[in-house]
Design a protein around this ligand. Structure first.
Ligand SMILES: Nc1ncnc2c1ncn2[C@@H]1O[C@H](COP(=O)(O)OP(=O)(O)OP(=O)(O)O)[C@@H](O)[C@H]1O
Length: 238
């Protein structure tokens, strides 16, 4: 798999159609995230943070503009190609974990691997490896209801990295956790970035979480406002 995971949004426009009218979220959003970055995106509720993650991850499509990951246009891919691309390139981590309650930790982690060509045996090996990586080897057979929030989020991270994606998109990954568990999760994301070279985009409301990132951008009303050490987004330049 190619390792260039730079993310590039060029003049992206996105609006949602409500019953009566369009709701514009972005009118002209441009953003460069270099390969290997750990970017935190902050901003008020409704400013478009999750929408931005969904666009980068190929869950949603822009109305206009171009989105490239690793130099590859994803906004023009067909549905099937996009689903294959997502399965191999992107891991998602959610605020409320999005684990299947009836499945064990190991089965939850195995789920995204069902979309890959790995054999059953390879899948099992991969699951054991990533559960070990997040320190949950002993909990492989536990269901989410038998785990703490921090442990559930570690399962969420194991699931996100199971297919060895180069890009991790995290939507408020510590939003449901106490400080100690949040710090554990942030340390883990930091290691995935520093040691395994994952490019990470993390949406957060938590200033402490944002400090774990290499840089911070703030979205407000669909535009980036200057912040952080390396300000490269020019979509909101005044
Ligand atoms: N599928 C959708 N259909 C219609 N409107 C939507 C849809 N998804 C999001 N929106 C609207 O788009 C705006 C931006 O939503 P988004 O979830 O991206 O914001 P956010 O910055 O992540 O907010 P929060 O911090 O509260 O999660 C909101 O006004 C939301 O109601």
């Amino acid at each position: 798999m190619e390792r260039d995971t730079s993310v590039n949004l060029q003049h992206v426009a996105k609006s949602y159609r409500t019953r009566r009218q369009g709701l514009p979220i972005f009118e002209d959003l441009t953003l460069d995230i270099p390969d290997g970055d750990f970017l935190a995106v902050m901003g008020p509720s409704g400013s478009g943070k999750s929408t931005m993650l969904n666009l980068i991850g190929g869950i949603d499509r822009p109305d206009r503009g171009e989105i490239r990951v690793g130099g590859q246009r994803i906004d023009t891919m067909g549905e099937a190609a996009l689903a294959r691309w997502r399965a191999g390139h992107v891991g998602f981590v959610f605020q409320f974990y999005n684990l299947m309650p009836m499945l064990t930790a190991a089965e939850n982690v195995e789920l995204p691997l069902l979309l890959t060509p790995l054999t059953r045996r390879q899948r099992r090996e991969r699951v054991a490896t990533v559960l070990d990586l997040v320190g949950l080897a002993e909990r492989a057979r536990h269901r989410p209801g038998e785990l703490s929030g921090g442990q559930m989020q570690r399962v969420g991270i194991a699931r996100a990295i199971a297919a060895d994606p180069c890009l991790l998109l995290c939507d408020e990954p510590t939003g449901d956790l106490d400080r100690q568990s949040a710090d554990d999760i942030l340390r883990m994301l930091g290691l995935l970035n520093a040691e395994l070279g994952k490019t990470i985009v993390m949406v957060t409301h938590d200033e402490a979480a944002a400090r774990a990132a290499r840089r911070v951008l703030r979205l407000d009303k669909g535009r980036f406002v200057a912040d952080g050490s390396r300000f490269v987004a020019d979509g909101g330049r005044p």
